[in-house]
Design a protein around this ligand. Structure first.
Ligand code: NAP
Length: 271
């Protein structure tokens, strides 16, 4: 019996997940297939019911269903509860559907490996207050960061994010307060769509200290204006590809027990 996994979302524009997981299944000789399911909102419940079948390992979720899917599962792990979004589900041995979030641990793995950043005691600045920013902030706070300053175009969203994550997280305006936060940061993160959907750089890297690192969650284009400016200043930089691969690697391990699939996955999407 071929085991199954799928990604649900609407619209589904990217094929990275399908490529990464199918390459890893093939490489490790696992008889399983990862498929894309572009479904309507009224089809989510029926889809989740289908995944209770014995052939399913689990599934993944992208916009706009990361919140709504939570109501259909048997258990939500604590990290996903804090973030308020499930992007992966595993069907456990008892057939229960357990929701978790791989964006937060994927982000942490990426910054540690690619930027040599140690999270405990870190001072970080995050641009954005959407779903991805919530995962980034959770990874930083859960990892023991000392201070996380969040700035967002719509200030109220940064304020409610800060309120959800406790005293280590503060909301700052995108004016002089954001530059002050950058001046004291070890790590600055772009968790907005600027550089991908919107033109320009998410923030000015000029205020960052020389030993700071810059992580951009955007991976298409590979070098955003933000990363180009940071690189021109000689700062350590990485784009979101490492996080994309790491979050996939974490889900793959939960479904199959196979660790370190990231190298194969990365090669598949770079090809
Ligand atoms: P989202 O929930 O829609 O949030 C979008 C964020 O971008 C909000 O903070 C929004 O601000 C901000 N924004 C949008 N247009 C802007 C503009 N013109 N100027 C300033 N801010 C703007 O999206 P998301 O899921 O958090 O994703 C954010 C980014 O992270 C996307 O580029 C996504 O591809 C990337 N991502 C990467 C990975 C990875 O593995 N590398 C994983 C997840 C997400 P407002 O609140 O003011 O609208």
């Amino acid at each position: 019996m071929t085991a199954r996994v799928a990604l649900i979302g609407h619209p589904l524009r990217r094929r990275h997940s399908e490529m990464m997981h199918n390459a890893a299944f093939a490489h490790f000789g696992i008889d399983a297939v990862y498929e894309l399911r572009d479904i309507e909102p009224n089809e989510v419940g029926g889809f989740v019911l289908e995944t209770r079948g014995e052939d399913w390992l689990g599934f993944q979720i992208t916009a706009p269903y990361k919140q709504v899917v939570m109501g259909h599962l048997d258990e939500i792990e604590s990290g996903a509860s804090r973030i308020g979004a499930v992007n992966s589900v595993v069907r456990d041995r008892g057939g229960r559907l357990v929701g978790f979030n791989t964006d937060a641990p994927g982000f942490r793995r990426a910054i540690e490996i690619e930027l040599d950043v140690e999270v405990p005691g870190l001072s970080a600045v995050v641009a954005g207050a959407g779903g991805a920013a919530r995962a980034v902030v959770d990874a930083l706070v859960d990892g023991g960061a000392e201070l996380v300053s969040v700035g967002n175009r719509t200030p109220g969203r940064a304020e409610s994010l800060a309120a959800d994550f406790g005293p280590a997280v503060i909301a700052v305006d995108l004016g002089p307060a954001f530059s002050t936060a950058l001046a004291g940061a070890d790590l600055a993160v772009n968790a907005t769509t600027v550089g991908m959907h919107a033109p320009g750089a998410a923030f000015d890297v000029g205020a960052l200290p020389q030993d700071a690192a810059v992580y951009d969650l955007v991976y298409e284009p590979a070098e955003t204006p933000l990363l180009a400016a940071a690189r021109a200043r000689g700062l350590r930089t990485a784009n979101g590809l490492g996080m994309l691969v790491a979050q996939a690697e974490i889900a793959f391990e939960r479904w199959t027990g196979v660790r370190n699939a990231g190298t194969v996955m990365r090669a598949a999407i770079e090809a």
